[in-house]
Design a binder for this molecule. Sequence first.
Ligand code: PLP
Length: 252
Amino acid sequence: MPTSTGIASRLAAVRERVDAAATAAGRDPADVRVLLATKTQDAATVREAVAAASDLAAAAGDDRPVLVGENRVQELTAKAPDLADLVAAGRLEVHMIGHLQRNKINATLATASCVETVDSLALAEAVAARCARDGRVLDVLVQVNVSGEESKSGVAPDAAAALAADVAALAPLRLRGFMTIGARSDDDAVVRAGFARLRTVRDEVLASGAPGTGEARELSMGMTGDLELAVAEGATIVRVGTAVFGARPAPR
Ligand SMILES: *Cc1c(COP(=O)(O)O)cnc(C)c1O
């Protein structure tokens, strides 16, 4: 189990990695947010990490809510009651970063304020219908499979701009950008090319002027192992688990 100081100092080290990568790329470090990928971590650990992240952000003059990402609806729902006060106070924003099944939409929307994993029009329409019923607006990212690896979700890069335009046209959804998981490769050039591809898709969609696409600036890409490459290619959100919380138990 990581100790309190462990989480805070590891988070600070991640922030330094991000800042260094941004500076090296000629970018403003403030343009890259660190989302805590909290799968398998219990609510107490998440709270500890959110507190540490809040302190770190405050020290940098950033008073935006801390971003947390969950992969599984079951975990999202289980931790929600223990995090509700932070969400209500505007200190925490929860994103869905795992594959979303349509029968889990209601449970997801009860807690998440952003779904980063919209990868089909059918899913987007189902989410939009639920939002319309609730009279709410939801931030979404379109997930793109830049590596083409079969194990990964996401729309194919060539189809991403068209899907984004369709998603952006659904009134209850606010298209905020794009998300990807980097290629599983030891070759930095391969990983980096995938991140560059996501940026190209984003730029194409922003330039299209299609209705509802004007705010689609976010690039959620980069994790513990490849965040420098993602920041170099324009990431605005890096999703970090292992570097903050330590290694996870092997998936069942
Ligand atoms: C687990 C996970 C992360 C974080 O991965 P680490 O390698 O532990 O930093 C980021 N994004 C998604 C979608 C994940 O499932």
